[in-house]
Every structure is written in structure tokens, then in C-alpha cells.
Unconditional design. Sequence first.
Length: 179
Amino acid sequence: MSNRAYIFQSERLGFRKWIESDRALFASLNADPVVMEFFPAPLTSSETDQFIERIEKQFDDYGYGLYAVDSFEDNSFIGFIGLSHPRFESPFTPCVEIGWRLAKEYWNRGFATEGAAACLEYGFSVLGLDEILSFTATHNTRSENVMKKIGMQKIGEFDHPALPGSWLERHVLYQKQKD
């Protein structure tokens, strides 16, 4: 997608701010129960719009956020990979978290690992961050494996304060510090 302005790139992925045409694609991704397996529920179109508004506010507040990601292989928007500030309180917040959510047709192709590694590098070398955390429900071994592959270290587990009593309440917590 040569007409898109990328903030940074990896070999196969372009990282950028969100554009209007991403909304419907992202709503479809967030409505997919397979993609949203380790979240309380799929998101409605309205909830997706609210999520994008929060993402855009973090870009305004911090100069970075959850980047819209395009695959250069087919010039398609595939989801997000990026940095955010969790909205809940815990012993490790405030912090910067790395996260990702990709359309299922882009799973098992190394995109999450490649993109998360590029995002970590950008966060440390360009943004000057000293530490980046990541967390997911203990059942989400796919995301936990990405954390391991990008060199993050498990530093513990915690009960997510927004998910009391849910089968998703228990989370793993990973950390990477600037070299």
C-alpha cells in the first residue's frame, strides 16, 4: 500500500495510524468469536468505534499507540500491533503494554511475532522506553508463545481486576527491559 504513510516497517508489515476504511474491517475482526476467544465477548461495531477512539486518544496523548498494521504480501489491513497504557489499576500500572490482535486468516504465519518484535525495537530505540510489559489470560498460549519468541520474560501472574470470577481472570505477566 504505497499510498499509506508508515511510521515504521518490518520485512512484511507496515505500522501506521488508523484511517476511516479500517473501521469496518476492524469491526469484522472484533466480531469474530475465534479472534475474541480470550476476551469476555466479541465487540459490536459501536464498541469497536469506541475502541478506535481510545486508540486515537493514546496517539494524541503519548505519540504512539496500537498501530494499524498492513501486510505487504497482499496489501491488506490485518489488525493491530502496538503499545498502549492499560486502563486498570494493579501493582504494575501505570505501564506500557505491547499487544496484538490479527484477523484469523493471518495467524500461524509469524506476523504477530515479527510485528511485536519490530514494535518492541521501535519502543526502545525510537520512543526511548525502558520497559514494556505484556499480559494475557493464562489459557491464551498462542499469545504467551509470541511473548516468549520476542524475548520477553515471565515475571508473574495476576488476577485481572476487570474480570473477577471469569474463566479469563487469571493472567500471565511478561516483561522486556531495554538492553
